[in-house]
Ligand binder design. Structure first.
Ligand SMILES: [Ca+2]
Length: 323
């Protein structure tokens, strides 16, 4: 798992940590929701809270390949954890770096690894620069990113009402990395914010779960999500004023743990689009051209959101230890 550990990443990591069928070989950090070093420490904190001290966390990329560093601290707080200041007992050291570790793991578990990229794709791009066949040597790669599948002949997909609200920070924070990933063959699935932000969960869902179970993972989610739910409630307010929050990255994990929850997906080459007015660049799935030569990846456009919520409820109700 490759994560810019903010609030929704923390929950997504719990889904993996709790599943007895899953072996988490490694967690790699990346900048995005917060700085890269905090992302690593946050992942360590989540795993420690879940009693999963056995899972190693490594530092990955702290900056994008070429563009200027941007962070989503307005959503997840400066520390990625809603400015709670929670820190693991032992910080994740800068070395060994996660990218050579990833290449070693792929060599050791050829064709057996499912890679989950829940932040900007910088680590994957750097690993691909060293090993261009990386994506073919993984069993699957699932990425939270892309606008989604563009309509036929659409030249401005970012302006499409479907995509305008959700945008796509993971890709736009390092478009060069996203382009590198999109240009390589492999069993790759893109599941962007257009899909993931459709699942807005009442904050009470988590508050009640935590009160009912008193389990440390559920209590951690409620502790770090106060400001996060505030952001979502301002951005996607409901008429009944109930507070809501996003669970973006959990949807990507759910596509892997419960493939039957994917309700719609298409096979598409990916293309970069630029909004000349703002200079922003986006990635979207497009219709293949005649004699298409670009790699074809899967782009998800719909999911069984209730099914994902059920999976989250089951997970957080599962008593520790999770191993
Ligand atoms: Ca993330």
């Amino acid at each position: 798992m490759d994560t810019d550990t903010g609030v929704d990443d923390a929950l997504a990591l719990m889904l993996l940590a709790a599943d007895p069928e899953v072996e988490i070989l490694a967690v790699l950090s990346v900048f995005g929701n917060c700085h890269g070093d905090r992302a690593a420490d946050n992942a360590r904190y989540v795993l420690d809270t879940c009693g999963r001290q056995d899972v190693p966390v490594y530092r990955g990329s702290d900056v994008p390949l070429k563009q200027e560093l941007k962070l989503s601290s307005g959503v997840h707080g400066d520390d990625g954890f809603g400015n709670t200041g929670l820190r693991p007992e032992t910080s994740v050291p800068a070395e060994p770096n996660g990218i050579p570790i990833l290449l070693d793991l792929v060599a050791e578990h050829e064709g057996e690894i499912d890679y989950l990229a829940l932040g900007p794709q910088t680590n994957l791009a750097k690993a691909l620069q060293q090993e261009p066949r990386l994506l073919e040597r993984l069993r699957s790669t699932t990425i939270v990113g892309t606008l989604g599948p563009a309509l036929y002949h659409d030249t401005e997909p970012w302006a499409d009402r479907r995509f305008r609200v959700s945008r796509d920070p993971n890709v736009s924070f390092d478009i060069d990395a996203a382009e590198i990933v999109a240009s390589h063959e492999g069993n790759v699935t893109w599941c962007g914010p257009y899909v993931t932000r459709q699942a807005l969960v009442p904050e009470n869902f988590f508050l009640e779960l935590a009160a009912e179970t008193k389990s440390p993972p559920a209590e951690l989610i409620t502790a770090i999500s106060h400001d996060y739910a505030g952001f979502y409630s301002r951005s996607y307010g409901r008429p009944d004023t109930a507070r809501v929050m996003g669970i973006n990255d959990s949807l990507a994990v759910a596509t892997l743990l419960r493939p039957e929850l994917v309700a719609g997906a298409v096979q598409r080459p990916l293309q970069t689009f630029e909004d000349e007015a703002t200079g922003e660049r986006f990635l979207a799935g497009v219709h293949p051209v005649k004699d298409e030569t670009r790699p074809i990846h899967r782009v998800i456009f719909d999911m069984d959101f209730d099914g994902v919520l059920e999976l989250i409820g089951e997970t957080l109700r599962r008593p520790l230890p999770w191993r």
